[in-house]
Design a protein around this ligand. Structure first.
Ligand code: NAD
Ligand code: UFG
Length: 338
């Protein structure tokens, strides 16, 4: 099978490529490198000993997509390409809608033109907004509080309409909870461009000495220690969910939606403590006011993915922090280290 992976040079894409290649699938990658380095693809090739066909370009470029579908016998597409910084999306809504929504329209139009109607889409737990109860199941109401989340929700609606209009499409919408961790080789991992917004890469940069201290955004939430609770999921487990989703799509299920989370909630302080164990250092932090738009707690009920995909998250919180530390300590400046 040949899989087109959009955004394949990015964090989750690169980990998924490793598993696709290890599963003997052919892969073709399109990435505009707006938030990634080609070095990640070189390292995926080193890990797997296999070649990647790479097109540096944008999913908004239909002519390039048409060339890719002409030159390769693509069977399915995993669509990671997107912008993902919540704060930035508030500042630059048009850029986010153009990239994430119009980019997906462009991709789907070319897929339809070439009669390739198998798609796995990267959605997010952000589409649940502030959930009324926990754990979250796929039938919970959806909402968005920022343009990033809105773009994910819009794409979900578009894909639903597309399937309703033409039920020869098979689409897996995967709602990720909080991806963290790195490949056990320490060769690929999360490499944020700027000051990390997300907790785990920020903690990792404190541990490696790039940042003096962690700001803990709020310690007055209604959680076991007052700090925010999330469902952190190891990126290797998440990547595996994409292979399972491709297998599901091969059974022609129509449009299916799955939570990819562990079902466990850990607080900010739980994560700091686990990271201290992994790196053998004490990590300084201060309590700061709540971050605008944050919710107290969010974790998945993953039983639908367990039952229908045969997918289970198997990595523990210690696996997540240890592998992050392995990646960060070997590559203090990410892919620019060498
Ligand atoms: P990432 O930024 O590391 O990867 C996205 C990749 O897409 C990057 O390599 C970037 O260069 C590329 N890209 C962006 N726009 C493009 C375009 N128009 N054309 C071609 N390439 C483009 O992010 P990630 O963490 O790997 O996330 C992958 C997907 O999963 C994204 O759609 C993201 O919104 C979604 N997601 C991520 C998280 C998370 O916390 N990491 C959570 C939920 C959902
Ligand atoms: N946090 C801190 N300090 C930091 C960063 C984060 O205390 O420097 C806290 C947050 O307040 C929150 C928790 O750590 O309680 C997790 O925050 P992240 O920014 O790592 O993750 P979020 O849950 O806020 O959001 C992430 C992605 C979203 C995605 C969502 C669900 O950034 O894009 O997970 O998948 F939608």
């Amino acid at each position: 099978m040949t899989v087109l992976v959009t955004g394949g040079a990015g964090y989750i894409g690169s980990h998924t490529l490793v598993q696709l290649l290890e599963d003997n699938q052919q892969v073709v990658v399109i990435d505009n490198l707006s938030n990634a380095s080609v070095e990640s693809l070189v390292r995926v090739e080193n890990i797997t000993g296999k070649q990647i066909t790479f097109y540096q370009g944008d999913v908004l470029n239909k002519a390039l997509l048409q060339k890719i579908f002409t030159d390769h016998d693509i069977n399915a597409v995993i669509h990671f390409a997107g912008l993902k910084a919540v704060g930035e999306s508030v500042q630059q809504p048009l850029r986010y809608y153009e990239n994430n929504v119009t980019g997906t329209l462009s991709l789907c139009e070319v897929m339809a033109q070439f009669d390739v109607k198998n798609l796995v889409f990267s959605s997010s737990a952000t589409v649940y907004g502030d959930p009324a109860s926990l754990p979250i199941t796929e039938d919970f109401p959806t909402s968005a509080t920022n343009p990033y989340g809105q773009s994910k929700l819009m794409v979900e609606h578009i894909l639903n309409d597309l399937y309703r209009a033409d039920n020869s499409w098979n689409i897996a919408v995967l709602r990720y909870f909080n991806p963290v961790g790195a490949h056990p080789s320490g060769l690929i991992g999360e490499d944020p461009n700027d000051i990390p917004n997300n907790l785990m890469p920020f903690i990792a940069q404190v541990a490696v000495g790039k940042r003096p201290s962690l700001n803990v955004w709020g310690n007055d939430y209604d959680t076991h220690d007052g700090t925010g609770v999330r469902d952190y999921i190891h990126v290797v487990d998440l990547a595996n969910g994409h292979l399972k989703a491709l297998q599901k799509i091969a059974t022609k299920p129509g449009l299916v939606t799955y939570n990819l989370g562990t079902g466990n909630g850990y607080s900010v302080l739980d994560m700091v403590q686990a990271f201290e164990k992994a790196c053998g250092k004490t990590l300084p932090y201060t309590f700061e006011p709540r971050r605008a738009g944050d919710i107290a707690a969010c974790y998945a009920n993953p039983s639908k993915a367990n039952a229908e995909l045969g997918w289970y998250a198997s990595h523990s919180i210690d696996d997540m922090t240890k592998s992050t530390w392995h990646w960060q300590s070997n590559n203090p400046n990410g892919y620019n280290s060498q």
